[in-house]
Design a protein around this ligand. Structure first.
Ligand code: HEM
Length: 362
């Protein structure tokens, strides 16, 4: 029924749809995707993407009230929590979705690793994915600094000292890069412009390659094809149905984050006290924290470089034709050892007392 109360015959609806489709090409989204693409393991990347959309929307709202000046940054966060319309909930959703996205990105990486989906021809997309992992970590790091509480201030202290250690190539991270804008202002710009821009560029490349290669077939089917078996059945649903399912999971994430924001609001520590170190970093950085205790600040540059370097080498070392975990036992065992070690380091970092690593002022 049209708004005027006139009944529109079915044929008219299809003509309207055809007219819209002619202009927007929406039916192009109805290309086939295999059935397994709709299983949870294969939809984690899409869930992460929806998380980024929620982060962008909530971030735009927070940016209406946040002030990136040293003297007033923390007070503007207090304003967001107490005065800005829906400020506390939006801030909590931003915080919780960031944590959930970090977890889904890591699980996505784990799924690709276990199913050997980084193998030819997807090596480049694995590397682009690592770039996305770096951007995700960078967004969480800069976001932590923006609060400008004790935790944020200490995070910035590490940022500045790591930049100094890098010498000439670390110039951007230095507090003396420019006298015209304090470093907090530049990290804010990194959080809302530089990192989102790099992330968007990488996401577009990532999605174009997923479209180009198609989602990888199930490992058992891939191995059967290597052994001369029949080609697997490709059709399952359409991409449009797959996207609706992704959006459903995205909304579920939003609902969970909203409940968490209401019962466990995002915290804010006290005003920073220069020269003291009393906090620990967010959980995704904790695996590196014990190394800083043992070997000092340079470990913060060396250990993540080693971890990212090892991950980057994965597709070029595991070059065998098979993808099933049981036919890649050595690789799966190595991955499990690294994953367990990282989790063990998180637990260790949680139970240790914070130590002083940085020199003090900035
Ligand atoms: C930061 C956020 C990321 C987003 C939003 C994202 C998104 C996606 C999406 C939507 C897909 C399609 C299938 C699926 O969901 O599993 C995909 C596939 C893929 N991603 Fe990611 N990804 C991200 C990070 C990563 C990381 C960290 C890696 C690995 C280092 C990676 C490597 C890959 C590879 C190799 C594929 C092809 C998998 C296949 O064909 O089975 N991605 N990604």
């Amino acid at each position: 029924m049209a708004a005027s109360g006139v009944v529109i015959p079915g044929g008219q609806w299809s003509r309207r749809w055809a007219s819209i489709d002619e202009r927007l090409g929406l039916s192009g989204l109805a290309y086939p995707v295999p059935r397994h693409a709709n299983s949870i393991g294969y939809i984690l990347g899409g869930i992460s993407f929806f998380g980024f959309l929620i982060l962008a929307a909530t971030g735009v709202w927070l940016a209406q009230f946040y002030d990136p000046m040293d003297a007033t940054a923390r007070e503007s966060v207090v304003y967001i929590m107490n005065v800005a319309p829906l400020g506390d909930v939006v801030r909590g959703v931003h915080f919780w979705v960031a944590n959930i996205v970090m977890a889904t990105v890591l699980l996505h990486l784990g799924r690709i690793f276990v199913t050997g989906a980084y193998k030819r021809p997807r090596e480049a997309n694995w590397l682009i994915g690592l770039g996305l992992l770096g951007v995700t970590l960078g967004l969480i790091f800069t976001g932590t600094v923006l609060k400008w509480d004790q935790e944020g201030y200490e995070a910035l202290g590490h940022n500045v000292e790591a930049g100094d250690l890098l010498g000439a190539i670390g110039f951007w991270f230095s507090g003396t890069f420019t006298a015209s804008l304090p470093i907090l202002g530049r990290l804010y710009m990194a959080h809302i412009v530089i990192l989102p821009a790099i992330g968007t560029f990488l996401l577009i490349a990532h999605f174009l390659l997923v479209k180009r290669h198609g989602i990888s077939v199930l490992p058992a089917d891939a191995d059967a094809a290597v052994d001369g078996g029949p080609a697997p059945e490709k059709r399952g649903s359409t991409f449009a149905a797959h996207a609706v399912r992704m959006a459903g999971f995205g909304l579920l994430m939003l609902a969970i984050a909203t409940v968490l924001a209401l019962i466990l609001p995002a915290g804010l520590g006290g005003r920073p006290v220069p020269g003291t170190e009393t906090t620990k970093p967010p959980w995704m950085f904790l695996p590196f924290y014990p190394f800083e205790d043992w070997f000092g600040l340079p470990a913060l540059l060396v250990v993540p470089t080693i971890v990212f370097g090892m991950l980057a080498l994965v597709p070029f070392v595991d070059r065998g034709p098979y993808r099933s975990p049981r036919r890649r036992r050595a690789f799966i065992a190595a991955g499990a050892v690294v994953a367990i070690a990282l989790m063990g380091l998180i637990v260790y970092a949680l139970v240790t007392v914070p130590q002083a690593h940085i020199g003090g002022g900035m």
